[in-house]
Write a protein that binds this ligand. Structure first.
Ligand code: PLP
Length: 400
């Protein structure tokens, strides 16, 4: 359509949202569908956080606020970075937006010029390349292989860097694989980055609290303090506090970048929701005792899904360290045929046939830049998960 800007020709609607709405449609039409596409925890927002929002409404905290966050929230974020990550930021080095996605968008739009390159390991969160392209930059996709636990090797990072590289986007634990980098693995990457002063690091730590088997989370600016002056440490309350709908994300980084991001936000959305900001203060400052319970529950579900998928004919499912996703390979079913005569030529065919035949919604790996795989979000009840895995096993066994 000629009326729509060229910039939009470069981006796709989020495929994960597309699969979620397809599953919702089928469900509404009376089909028995289990949706494993959504990237949000199934827990309710903790009550103390809800109460803080209600109290904020009653106090009349219902007006415009400072564009990139109320001082109380910035102070809580400064404390959070110090307490949990060993990172020292001043309030002027903190930016709060309407979700981690807006903060990421602000950072890229505020810094990219045409021809600037952004290194993104694949498989990646679907929004990274599209936001880079929307901002006029060039995504440079570098594969993080299954054989390497879906973690980028320093040699691969080094080989991808050019004089035009502006950002390296790093995400651990990862969406879609759940892979999380150890301190040594991060150090190997930051050692490469130290040699290239033009490259900034955008680390997306949104799944920081969801790690299993005692895994110790850490973040690039903490591993290599010499990089802190060119690192944006992105986080948010969506995943750890089950607050996806409240839309609060934040980042810590050098003041000139934070200022530029605020300028951009001042001419787009202005401040994030005032009530949500007060809820986020409570999330960060209030009791954290529900978190180990949630993590234990996610770990149980991860183990269930990994074990059941590895029993499905033609699938191989690695055990991820964090987040609430698994990213199994479906290489063993490519080339096979469904009982209705449909050929499985790609991971997209696999996901489509699985939804049609068994009513299980997963997202195909091509959407995340690495095939033939698919992503399952296990942030859903254990009974539904078990049933979904049984259906996947039955579907795989039916292929010839
Ligand atoms: C890796 C990653 N980063 C950032 C986000 C953004 O979260 P929000 O905008 O809800 O803060 C998501 C959400 O799915 C994600 O998976």
């Amino acid at each position: 359509m000629g009326f729509v800007a060229h910039a939009l020709e470069r981006v796709k609607p989020s495929p994960t949202m597309a699969i979620t709405s397809k599953a919702r449609e089928l469900k509404a039409a009376g089909h028995d569908v289990i949706g494993l596409g959504a990237g949000e925890p199934d827990f309710d927002t903790p009550d103390n956080i809800k109460q803080a929002a209600i109290a904020a409404i009653k106090r009349g905290e219902t007006k415009y606020t400072a564009v990139d966050g109320i001082p109380e929230l910035k102070a809580a974020i400064v404390k959070k970075f110090a307490r949990e990550n060993g990172l020292t930021y001043k309030p002027a080095e903190i930016s709060v937006g309407s979700g981690g996605k807006q903060v990421l968008y602000n950072a890229l739009l505020a810094t990219l010029n045409p021809g600037d390159e952004v290194i993104i390991p694949s498989p990646y969160w679907v929004s990274y390349p599209d936001i880079v392209m929307l901002a006029g930059g060039t995504p440079v996709i570098v594969e993080a292989k299954l054989a390497d636990g879906f973690k980028l090797k320093p040699e691969a990072l080094a080989a991808a860097i050019t004089p035009r590289t502006k950002w390296f986007i790093f995400n651990s634990p990862s969406n879609p694989t759940g892979a999380a980098y150890t301190r040594d693995e991060i150090k190997a990457l930051t050692d490469v980055l130290l040699k290239h002063e033009q490259v900034w690091v955008l680390t997306d730590d949104i799944y920081e609290h969801l790690v299993y088997d005692g895994f110790e989370f850490t973040t690039p600016a903490a591993v290599e303090p010499k990089l802190k002056g060119r690192t944006l440490t992105l986080n948010g309350v969506s995943k750890a506090y089950s607050m996806t709908g409240w839309r609060i994300g934040y980042a810590g980084g050098p003041e000139p970048l934070i200022k530029a991001m605020a300028t951009l936000q001042s001419q787009s959305t202005s401040n994030p929701c005032s009530i949500s900001q007060w809820a986020a203060v409570e999330a960060l400052e209030g009791p954290q005792d529900f978190l180990p319970l949630w993590v234990a529950s996610f770990q149980e579900r991860r183990d269930l899904v990994v074990s059941m998928l590895n029993q499905a004919k033609g699938l191989t499912c690695p055990t991820p360290e964090g987040a609430f996703y698994v990213y199994p390979s479906c290489a063993g079913v490519i080339g096979k045929t469904t009982p209705k005569g449909q050929k499985i030529g790609s991971d997209e065919d696999f996901a489509t046939a699985l939804l049609q035949e068994e009513g299980v919604a997963v997202v195909h790996g091509a959407a995340f830049g690495l095939s033939p795989f698919f992503r399952i979000s296990y942030a859903t009840g254990a009974d539904a998960l078990e049933e979904a895995c049984r259906r996947i096993q039955r579907f795989c066994a039916s292929l010839t």
